[in-house]
Design a protein. Structure first.
Length: 369
């Protein structure tokens, strides 16, 4: 009975095992070689397999299993250059902060080694919102359900960092393609070096979503996760252009009487920033709209030099910069424009070529500034 109804796996002959192994190796090799067919550019199957960490795009082009293995770190290892670049440590002054209200949550030892001494009173981040009135006046059942839900949610607890920067002016920078492991040195780029090595550094992070420019800026400005079902041309940022956005920094500063400015050194209509950024409470300036910048990608330095005078002498201010200098592609190549003149494919790479070539970086590193 058993022999008739169950299939028993039998040991393959050595020759058959060898043939199967060769077939598997050849299949894998052919599959990897086929990645080169569409090219090795940005977000091609080759790039997604060997380089990129755009998970959702990897899933659509490489498949769920391969993308999951990539996300787990099981990706091919290879050297990107022959020079190792390290950042020298700097002395960062420690911040003396008092223990926060959360502390030790053990009710029998609420203050660590001092039993019986209670922690400071726990306070919450709560706004005065009349949810009952909003519920009573809402006719849309979906929005009404949201009001009812948010009414039940307690605010987040305040901690030792709450209010640490109260009264400070704020310059907020969304840096295009910024990498702290790239050409950042105390002498070459002192400001970037200081920003990359001091203060609060959140380095346990990677982005899962594509369209990182508009979706990344949306997350950066709103604290929300973008709708990944949307196309780049109609992403979450564009969709929010007429929404009520009171918690964006521009509107938050405006609510306390502080003028907020936003700057971008590319064209104003790209991703509809001329609409989305004023909706966040900013006076918005861009290329040919208050900023006179040239080339591609345009210079962040030129943008900063032309804009800081708007706010630097104000007692209180907030300025937001969406930069573009670090935009790929990184090359020293020239192209012919419509007038027959040779112009750089990457204005910033060519502009800073002499500065970067003084340092021992690989060829791609020299082109990234």
């Amino acid at each position: 009975y058993i022999k008739k109804n169950f299939y028993f796996f039998q040991r393959r002959p050595p020759k058959a095992q060898l043939v199967l192994s060769i077939v598997m190796i050849l299949s894998y090799g052919i599959t990897v070689l086929s990645l080169f067919i569409p090219g090795t550019g940005y977000h091609t199957p080759y790039d997604l397999y060997f380089n990129s960490g755009a998970l959702s795009t990897q899933i659509s082009k490489l498949g769920m299993v391969t993308a999951t293995l990539q996300d787990m770190g099981l990706r091919p290892k290879y050297e990107t250059g022959d020079k190792e670049v390290t950042l020298d440590p700097v002395d960062v002054p420690s911040i003396d902060v008092k223990p926060g209200p959360d502390g030790n949550k053990d009710p029998d030892n609420s203050n660590g080694d001092n039993p019986g001494t209670p922690n400071p009173e726990v306070t919450y981040n709560v706004l005065e919102i009349d949810f009952d009135a909003m519920i009573a006046g809402e006719t849309n059942h979906v929005i009404k359900k949201l009001h009812e839900y948010y009414k039940t949610i307690s605010g987040t607890t305040k901690n030792e960092y709450t209010g640490m920067f109260k009264g400070y002016n704020l310059i907020y920078i969304c840096a295009e393609s910024f990498s702290s492991g790239a050409i950042i040195e105390p002498e070459l780029t002192p400001t970037l070096y200081k920003m990359a090595t001091e203060g609060f550094i959140f380095n346990n992070y990677y982005t899962m979503f594509p369209s990182n420019t508009t979706n990344g800026e949306y997350a950066f400005c709103t604290g929300l996760i973008p709708d990944l079902a949307r196309e780049k041309s109609n992403g979450s940022f564009v969709a929010s252009k007429e929404n009520y956005m009171p918690y964006c920094l521009g509107n938050a500063f405006d609510s306390i009487g502080v003028q907020a400015y936003a700057y971008h050194n590319h064209t104003k209509t790209y991703y509809s920033r001329n609409i989305t950024h004023p909706n966040m409470g900013y006076i918005f300036k861009a290329r040919n709209q208050g900023l006179s910048v040239t080339g591609w990608p345009e210079s962040d330095y030129e943008m900063a030099k032309q804009s800081y005078g708007d706010f630097i002498n104000m007692e209180q201010f907030h300025a937001y910069y969406m930069t573009v200098s670090g935009h790929y592609r990184y090359t020293f190549e020239l192209k012919e424009d419509s007038d027959g003149n040779l112009v750089p494919l990457n204005y910033m790479a060519v502009k800073n070529k002499s500065a970067t070539q003084k340092h021992q970086y690989n060829k791609n590193g020299e082109k990234y500034d």
